[in-house]
Design a protein around this ligand. Structure first.
Ligand code: NAP
Length: 527
């Protein structure tokens, strides 16, 4: 049952009088659930409960935290298809996507549980004492990663499950030993409450302290800002717009004690088309890209919003094919009227820039909240002069930049902002002549793709989902895969600490059998 209440720790609470509803974009009408926004007192209570829970939770063994994450996955499964129905009613996304995203969410939780059970992720590093060292003795030092403290997670509008309540950020923080307060996304608050109920059940079943998890509703900036400013909060995970992420990042920096804000924001994911590839297979590349640009109504952070090539017959064949292929795609529903309105506004702005030519634009009437896809083109010189054309148009949209030569192509890449991904489409052996292009692209992105599409983010340890600003606020970390846990820990050293009082990970006997670096050598042996 959806109550519309907040979870303050394991208690349902609705003390406020500000109520809002979510929206079904396919039916173009409000959903029936009344969601109550958290009051400042509820925000403060959730934060103080999280601070008390941290003292106990951060000391739990990897095994115990893993049992919690596994129980969360089981409880989400127990919600059954009702969860998918609510997800679809709040997002306009099809059931198949909902099912796939649920699978990904469960997979992420279980991957973190395995990571914790393995235990080596704490990066235990031990340098044993040398009492006889001259001219002064060497102390015994032992370092490992420890939890940062309570973390606030801002769920993403475009991933109601995999990047929201029990999504990647929440799973990573809980795995690290940090209590989590989710600032539920207002577009899918009921889906959020269902998932929150599963987390609370799992916490109670596995003996977690009250306050290890809270879920707060809001439809406006206040609750999120109160959370970021609360002194009990020690880090923030965010997925969404550049405007929102940057505002929260700036706010965190105004605190007496500034805290890290790990924001994953916009990206246009540049794709470079090399001439030989275009000469040999312009049509098939175009077909693949028509699919990638329109996948999920273009509502992916890895959507290919910028395609760059050098003027040639091959590039003209590509643009012609892309124009006709993109027109064949049936428009689909966007997540929310606000997202659809932002799409049409940003698309219009791009279309109205000087020097822009339209390759394809669907002008047919579509149902409310559906996105009509578009592809436009400009010369390299126009693109270089106009920063507006560098901005993300979140939706089924892409801009093709036609450069005069390789030098201009490199200049275009050198003038891009930071991106999540970059892609090179090349023929066999062609890439060898474009090492400087690869280098320019690599400097701008977190992940580089060869002959593929940027959409589709594999969840595995070697994935890097992040990149130089503004793709993310800290390019040293990934938001996807088990390494995302590193955002919510800090390295900590024990000096000359009694063996029996050390954490298990650092004891001489290595009771967990984890891989450690002992006196410079990687080993799982005892000391
Ligand atoms: P958003 O507007 O950035 O909101 C994300 C979350 O942050 C929401 O929970 C929102 O809560 C909160 N928030 C935003 N600005 C805030 C502020 N100044 N202070 C405190 N909290 C703030 O993103 P969205 O709702 O997901 O979508 C809006 C646009 O973001 C889209 O049209 C798209 O352009 C972009 N977007 C990009 C990506 C990507 O991966 N590149 C993904 C999703 C969205 P409240 O609304 O309750 O304040």
């Amino acid at each position: 049952m959806i109550t519309g209440k907040n979870y303050i720790g394991n208690q349902l609470s609705a003390k406020g009088d500000k109520v809002f509803t979510t929206f079904n974009p396919l039916l173009n009408k409000n959903n029936d659930w009344n969601i109550t926004e958290a009051t400042p007192e509820e925000v403060a209570k959730a934060a103080s409960l999280a601070a008390s829970a941290f003292k106990e939770y951060s000391k739990f063994s990897g095994k115990k935290k893993a049992s919690f994450l596994i129980a969360i996955a089981e409880e989400i499964e127990n919600l059954g298809d009702n969860l998918l129905e609510v997800y679809c009613a709040e997002s306009g996304l099809p059931q198949g996507r909902a099912n796939g995203e649920r699978g990904r969410t469960l997979g992420q939780l279980r991957a973190f549980a395995n990571h914790l059970e393995d235990g080596s992720w704490v990066e235990a590093t031990i340098d044993t004492a040398q009492p006889d060292r001259q001219p002064i003795p060497k102390v015994d030092l032992r370092k490992m990663n420890v939890a940062l403290g309570p973390v606030v997670v801002f769920g993403a509008s475009n991933f109601p499950l995999a990047f929201s309540t029990a999504g990647g950020d929440a799973a990573a923080a809980l795995a690290a030993g940090c209590p989590v307060i989710v600032k539920s996304h207002p577009m899918h608050a009921a889906t959020g409450e269902m998932v929150a109920s599963a987390i609370v059940k799992a916490a109670e079943k596995t003996g977690m302290p009250n306050g290890v998890f809270s879920n707060l509703n809001s439809n406006g900036n206040d609750v999120g800002q109160q959370l970021v400013l609360n002194e009990n909060i020690k880090a923030v995970g965010f997925t969404g717009s550049l405007k929102g992420g940057r505002a929260l990042y700036n706010l965190a920096a105004t605190r007496k004690e500034p805290i890290p804000v790990f924001a994953e924001m916009g990206s246009v994911n540049p794709v470079v088309l090399l001439p030989k590839a275009l000469e040999n297979r312009a049509e098939s590349i175009a077909k693949t890209y028509a699919g990638s640009i329109t996948l999920g109504a273009g509502q992916f952070c890895t959507n290919p919003g910028l395609i760059i090539g050098v003027k040639s017959e091959g590039l003209t064949n590509f643009t012609n094919s892309l124009a006709s292929d993109i027109k064949e795609v049936t428009p689909s529903c966007m997540l929310h009227p606000n997202i659809a309105n932002a799409y049409y506004k940003n698309k219009e702005t791009a279309l109205n820039q000087n020097g822009v030519a339209v390759l394809a634009e669907i002008s047919e009437n579509v149902p409310a909240n559906f996105a009509t896809q578009a592809v436009i083109t400009v010369s390299g010189a126009v693109f270089l002069k106009n920063p507006t054309l560098h901005h993300e148009v979140f939706g089924p949209f892409s801009l093709v930049v036609q450069c005069e030569d390789k030098a201009e192509l490199e200049e275009v890449l050198a003038n891009l902002e930071g991106q999540l991904t970059g892609t090179i489409i090349s023929d066999d052996n062609e890439l060898e002549n474009y090492k400087t292009v690869v280098n320019e692209l690599q400097n701008k992105v977190g992940r580089i793709i060869f002959n593929g599409v940027p959409t589709g983010v594999e969840v595995c340890p070697s994935m890097l989902h992040g990149g130089p600003y503004p793709a993310s606020t800290d390019s040293r970390f990934t938001a996807v895969g088990v390494d995302s846990i590193k955002r919510f820990v800090r390295p900590f050293s024990f000096q000359d600490w009694p063996n029996n009082l050390l954490p298990e990970e650092l004891k001489n006997e290595n009771p967990l059998g984890i891989l450690r670096t002992v006196n410079g050598v990687k080993t799982d042996k005892e000391i």
